[in-house]
Design a protein. Sequence first.
Length: 121
Amino acid sequence: MPDLHLVSQELEENYDDLLLPFERHESKKARDLGYDNVLTYMKVPVLWDRYHPTAGDTSQSWYMLNSEFLSLRYCPEANFSVLGFQRPVAGDYVSTPVIWQGALTTSSRRMHGVLTAITGL
């Protein structure tokens, strides 16, 4: 089961508007003082991203990720390696480039999902 849903801002706002008529507060105090309003789907957080691949498109996508099957792998030779101090040409300072190389990988692609071609927003 996924533990994170990623959508565009437009899709998140539409989903939120769909749920608005069904929103219930357990008490008047909770309603007046505020509450944890993280949008969820089946108790899993739905987060929007301004740089979502389908942001601004007429056809949206909903990504579902399972972090148990994701891992961040890095290259040991380029794991925040310092290349040495350098003085820019016309610069009155020195700086040092720091490099990092790596990739986000998965051990089981079938444990993730995507809903595509969501229209009517």
